[in-house]
Ligand binder design. Structure first.
Ligand SMILES: NC(=O)c1ccc[n+]([C@@H]2O[C@H](COP(=O)([O-])OP(=O)(O)OC[C@H]3O[C@@H](n4cnc5c(N)ncnc54)[C@H](OP(=O)(O)O)[C@@H]3O)[C@@H](O)[C@H]2O)c1
Length: 192
């Protein structure tokens, strides 16, 4: 079976690095492109990424030359994975869609669009059925990190529960690589 070819936008960020790591030696997914902000385009991933995950940068990724987010740089991908900051994600993702590419996005814009599946695979993969009405290429969103995790234990209980009150205490890592400085978070509990 041919592997599904994916490229990753925001590959040098916190979420993008996990994508790069989890897709190393994947049995049916092949990473064919990595993208970062304009200042890093043209440079090798292994030379510019500030790798924060335990272990080394996966070998397959080290020599990949970073490309832009422009659709022309992702023509060889069957699916583009987006781990872009929320403020720029949808403008980039829209261009990819207009160019006929498929997109799976971690970013929040358009998550609640009723025409776009919002998928947590362990919880609601059937939401993909929306795509039956879509002709051509598509976009899929995934929930934010809090909803993704809470929805898993709650799913089997959903028929027993009328309402829930949930308080989340957002981790610093949720703010991305630039995030909050230590001095800004020290001694604080900041509700999300
Ligand atoms: N962190 C979490 O726990 C978490 C969980 C779930 C969802 N998310 C969502 O996932 C997305 C990424 O989050 P993150 O935490 O990984 O952010 P991040 O660490 O700040 O990474 C952002 C990535 O986007 C790239 N980028 C920034 N500006 C760009 C531009 N103008 N053009 C092209 N690429 C650009 C950065 O490249 P450079 O390295 O070159 O700057 C970097 O690779 C966000 O939408 C976030 O809401 C985050």
């Amino acid at each position: 079976m041919d592997r599904v070819r994916v490229s990753i936008l925001g590959a040098t960020g916190l979420v993008g690095q996990w994508m790069v790591k989890l897709l190393a030696n994947h049995p049916f997914i092949e990473v064919v492109g990595l993208s970062a902000s304009p200042g890093k385009v043209g440079r090798k991933y292994g030379e510019v990424v500030h790798w924060f995950i335990a272990g080394d940068v996966p070998e397959y990724a080290r020599d990949i030359t970073l490309v832009s987010t422009d659709p022309s740089d992702h023509k060889s991908a069957d699916v583009v994975l987006s781990a872009l900051p929320n403020d720029i994600a949808w403008s980039v993702e829209s261009k990819l869609l207009d160019a006929g590419l498929n997109v799976v996005s971690n970013a929040s814009p358009e998550r609640m669009n009723p025409r776009i599946p919002l998928i947590n695979p362990e919880v609601n993969w059937e939401h993909l059925s929306i795509l039956r009405e879509v002709k051509g290429n598509w976009v899929i969103k995934n929930p934010n990190c809090t909803a993704a995790i809470i929805s898993m234990p709650v799913k089997p209980l959903q028929d027993l529960i009328d309402s829930m009150h949930i308080v989340t205490l957002q981790s610093v890592s949720g703010a991305g690589y630039l995030g909050l400085s230590y001095l800004a978070i020290d001694g604080n509990v900041i509700p999300s």
